[in-house]
Design a protein around this ligand. Sequence first.
Ligand code: ADP
Length: 248
Amino acid sequence: MTKSLIELKNVSFQYEHTKVLHNISFSVSEGDFLALLGPNGSGKSTLLKLILGIEKPLTGEVNLFGVSTNSFVNREWIGYVSQKSNAFNSSFPATVEEVVKSGLTKKVGLFKRMPKNSKELVIEALKSVGMEDYLSRNIGQLSGGQQQRVFIARALIAEPKLLILDEPTVGIDHENVQSFYDMLVRLNEEQKKTIILVTHDVDTVSNRISHVACLNQTIHFHGYKKDFDAISNEQLNDWYGHSVRKIH
Ligand code: ADP
């Protein structure tokens, strides 16, 4: 039986007086490659905050790896790469090696000694994202897509079981998006990482993804990518309240 890594049951949330999430129930199983899709303001970041334990639900339950989020202690099992990670300018004084190595603190603790083989671990993580040739480069000198890969390597070095990527294809040139997805598929299939990819853009939902969840305050759809493909543009417009279209 596949294990449920994330499970939300009847979750609602509001900031002060603004209702943001309503009656959310869905789960992510081990091995899934899920796109969490919703327009700006639909509550995607808020849902991630609940999963990451930064906010608590107003009602309902959030379970991580079968444990309530309140008592979940293995935070290193979840790797999170935020949208803003790659906002470096070219003079930022850190090498790729330093950036990736800093991800080890999540595994070994902030004030503990780095393992002796940390350089090998950095190279291994960079190999997983196809960036091993950039070890000594300054992070600010890389393209947006390359920086995004380095930040995924930084998350991978802590050996997470689940990777959450917030809008990872923003800032990646159109011609490089396919190879970026190929890299994620390898992480999913070969390294058995469960992946949640958050996006506001229907067109970025690649065929390489296994599941889709459509959010707009509540979950309108959660299922296989092939069943998402059968959903009409009219239905999407109905959920999202403005013109959202799938371009085939
Ligand atoms: P998304 O990530 O899909 O763009 P968010 O989760 O960021 O959506 O925001 C959902 C709604 O919650 C928006 O209306 C936003 O203005 C509101 N919101 C987000 N963060 C806060 C906050 N800290 N305080 C009050 N309202 C917020």
